[in-house]
Design a protein around this ligand. Structure first.
Ligand SMILES: [Zn+2]
Length: 436
């Protein structure tokens, strides 16, 4: 059976279902009709006159959801367009993404939200949910029209890429978002403390002679924003949490009943500041790679529910930009195509998290942050799903990268866990080269 010419109704058999945070020990099936799930379960299902696809023993889970990506359209399509970003998402097993608004110009009005939806629909490879900027032109001065943007489909508000230094503006943003029932996402970085830092401020920045970004630049802003969420009752979502102090603050805030959620990136639960000794800009990101106790705190936060979900902060930059000297190169790395494998390699294989929980953090838990559809497979839901082999080892090859950019610290690395096929609304959006 040819996966590419997929019919309106079909059955996928010989798969291990991974649903609701649990990987089934048995073999199961998925029955799709008209883009929706008709039936799903363990065991066998025989339906007459319906084409059957053999899943070859792969794990079948809901399509992954990434709540933090930078698709650079409009304005910076040489790094990534909505189409190439969607292609990278599909290759990574993602069926939904939440885009950050720091494009050129920033997404700070309803027509800009509509424009991004239109471009995503034309591409048709991934569901794209835009966020709107908190401040006009992301300059931190005055609030955007939240109501208009929500009416156009914005799922949240953030000035990500830059912090909201003005506490009063952040307070108003949380107040409005409470009325509208959507989150405000903080990129927590006190710029007066971060200064001109290019990596984590610690023993390695001292050795390498590079200016550092101290933990307190992040910790103090997350503390402020948690207190603003307490004062307003708004939903604060903490992007790319990276320090032990920040994880502790979020844990305490949750215990206090503050409406706060948080995400962590694969690079922050895997790599630390010592990687910067290579002077490779592939290890330059914001927030920066921290120290081992921070990495351990992020993993502990993922395990105990302090950190709600995994998000990649997929941040494409051109080869030319990332070939600059460490201190000159832009912050950020791509992450959509390696997220599952990095999670399996560094968390599941290392015995820190089981596969069911990892998948949960990349699906159902992620959907909850921005009230997105998806993340679950049940009778009647959209047939957004992924097939992957959790045991397959593969090497990240530059020629196989589907993003328009190549800035990944995992290029040339061997990882475990390979996406075999991705489906959005029952339609195939990605097929691995050796999967048939
Ligand atoms: Zn950010």
């Amino acid at each position: 059976m040819d996966w590419k010419s997929i019919p309106q109704e079909y059955l996928v058999t010989n798969v291990k279902l991974c649903l609701g945070g649990k990987l089934s020990a048995k073999t199961g099936y998925l029955h799709v009709k008209d883009g929706k799930v008709k039936a799903i379960g363990d065991g066998e299902l025989s339906v007459e006159n319906v084409p059957t696809f053999d899943g070859n023993g792969a794990v079948l889970s809901p399509g992954f959801i990434d709540v933090h990506v930078h698709f650079r359209e409009p304005g910076r399509e040489e790094k990534e367009s909505i189409h190439t970003g969607s292609r990278a998402a599909a290759a990574g097993g993602f069926t939904s993404v939440v885009t950050m608004p720091n494009t050129l110009p920033p997404v700070d009005s309803a027509p800009m939200i509509t424009y991004q939806f239109d471009r995503a629909r034309e591409s048709g490879l991934c569901r794209v949910f835009p966020t709107g900027a908190i401040s006009k032109n992301q300059d931190g001065e005055s609030l955007t029209e939240f109501g208009d943007m929500v009416a156009a489909g914005a799922v949240g508000f953030t000035d990500d890429g830059t912090p909201v230094m003005n506490g009063s503006l952040m307070k108003y943003a949380l107040q409005y978002s409470k009325m509208l029932g959507i989150p405000v996402t903080c990129h927590a970085e006190d710029t007066s403390l971060a200064g001109s830092g290019v990596m984590h401020a610690g023993s390695w920045s001292a050795k390498l002679g590079l200016p550092g970004i101290p933990r307190v630049a992040e910790d103090s802003m997350i503390y402020r924003d948690c207190e603003l969420a307490r004062a307003t009752g708004g939903h604060l979502h903490v992007a790319h949490i990276s320090t032990k102090g920040a994880v502790d603050t979020v844990r305490r805030a949750k215990a206090d009943g503050i409406n706060v959620t948080a995400e962590a990136t694969p690079h922050h639960f895997t790599l630390n500041h010592s990687h910067c000794q290579t002077f490779s800009p592939m290890f330059k990101m914001n927030p920066p790679l921290r120290e081992e106790p921070d990495v351990e705190a992020v993993i502990a936060g993922l395990c105990d529910g302090t950190i709600d979900c995994i998000a990649t902060d997929h941040a494409p930059h051109t080869v030319m930009e990332k070939e600059l000297m460490f201190d000159q190169a832009p912050f950020g790395i791509i992450g959509l195509e390696t997220a599952l494998a990095v999670g399996i390699t560094s968390l599941v294989k290392a015995g820190k998290l089981d596969l069911g929980k990892l998948v949960y953090l990349m699906t159902e838990a992620a959907a909850k942050i921005y009230n997105l559809p998806g993340g679950k497979l049940e009778e009647g839901t959209d047939a957004d799903f992924v097939l992957f082999d959790p045991e397959q080892q593969w090497t990240v090859l530059v020629d196989e990268v589907q993003s328009r950019s190549r800035n990944s610290p995992w290029l040339g690395e061997k990882l475990t866990g390979r996406v075999k096929a991705t489906f959005m609304g029952g339609r195939n959006t990605w097929l691995d080269k050796d999967f048939s």
